[in-house]
Design a binder for this molecule. Structure first.
Ligand code: SAM
Length: 282
């Protein structure tokens, strides 16, 4: 493995549970850089000790990121090399580091990834949900109203949706998902990945909610929720709805026209039927 590049920042992924989930290149990089910026130096000490890494550490967390970024910029401009790690997984993924990376890149410095674990990707790879196209939304809002709004905005999203969730809120969030997204959407709960009590369960929203309600362990530990994208075609705008309905009711009964329009336009049969009735007499 090569010597570290002077003036570069290495963004190094660390395990999300199982301490063996760290790459040889990550260990070598952490040994060779001049300084490690860690989200919590005390938390990372155990991992670093396990791999005989005695590189000096400084903290870089959400409350000191601005100031630490400027300090690291100066050190890198002086030819040192640095690594960034977070408490678990890949830095910057719902973790600090964005301000540091954008500052260094704006100054023309090299930022080099040392990839590895991230809960979002680990969960997606075993969920059984579509993986060709997905969105990651980080942590779900903690307040019920904000969560309801967020889910309403995502109701027609066709890609798999991935969220980080707190065990304290998971049941309430699943309940709101049932209300906003319906009972039958598939959802996967990936809990304690790579750890002793790893649990990966994929079911309809209503069944998963009931399972979480009745299983005493389900509301503990670290959790990723993945929700199947909408299977319905996206809703057409009102002008398009009326145009298609008018064409259909010229040839078909209102009931048949409404049923066809509902699948073509991404609206409910009832809405299509009511609108067709209105248009019929125009
Ligand atoms: N940077 C991390 C990554 O790459 O996944 C994420 C850090 S974020 C502060 C912590 C959240 O990630 C947890 O609350 C949980 O939602 C998710 N997470 C982290 N480790 C996990 C694990 N082993 N199993 C399930 N979810 C995990």
């Amino acid at each position: 493995m090569s010597e570290q590049q002077p003036g570069a920042l290495y963004v190094v992924a660390t395990p999300i549970g199982n301490l063996a989930d760290i790459s040889l290149r990550a260990i070598e990089t952490l040994r060779q850089v001049d300084v490690i910026a860690a989200e919590d130096t005390r938390h990372s000490r155990y991992l670093l000790q396990q791999h005989a890494i005695d590189t000096p550490c400084i903290s870089l967390h959400e409350h000191n990121e601005q100031q630490r970024s400027e300090l690291l910029l100066q050190r890198l401009l002086n030819g040192e090399s640095a690594a960034l790690i977070s408490d678990a997984g890949t830095p910057l993924i719902s973790d600090p580091g964005y301000r540091l990376v954008s500052l260094l890149k704006s100054q023309g410095l090299s930022v080099i990834p040392i990839p590895g674990a991230s809960a979002v990707i680990a969960a997606l790879s075993v969920s059984g949900l579509r993986s060709d196209s997905f969105i990651f939304e980080g942590f779900l809002p903690s307040k019920a109203n904000a969560l309801r709004q967020k889910l309403t905005a995502l109701e027609q999203e066709t890609r798999t949706m991935i969220f980080y969730e707190s065990p304290k809120r998971v049941l309430a969030s699943l309940q709101i998902m049932v209300e906003v997204l319906g009972e039958q959407r598939l959802v996967c709960m990936a809990r304690e990945l790579t750890k002793l009590h790893e649990t990966i369960k994929t079911a309809s929203l209503v069944n998963l909610r009931d399972w979480v309600l009745h299983d005493e362990h389900a509301q503990k530990g670290e959790i990723v929720l993945l929700v199947e994208g909408s299977q319905q075609s996206p809703r057409a705008d009102q002008q398009e709805i009326d145009r298609v309905l008018q064409l259909l009711i010229r040839e078909l009964s209102v009931k048949k026209a409404a049923s066809l329009a509902s699948s073509l336009l991404g609206i409910s049969k009832n809405e299509a039927y009511q609108q067709a009735l209105k248009l019929q007499h125009k």
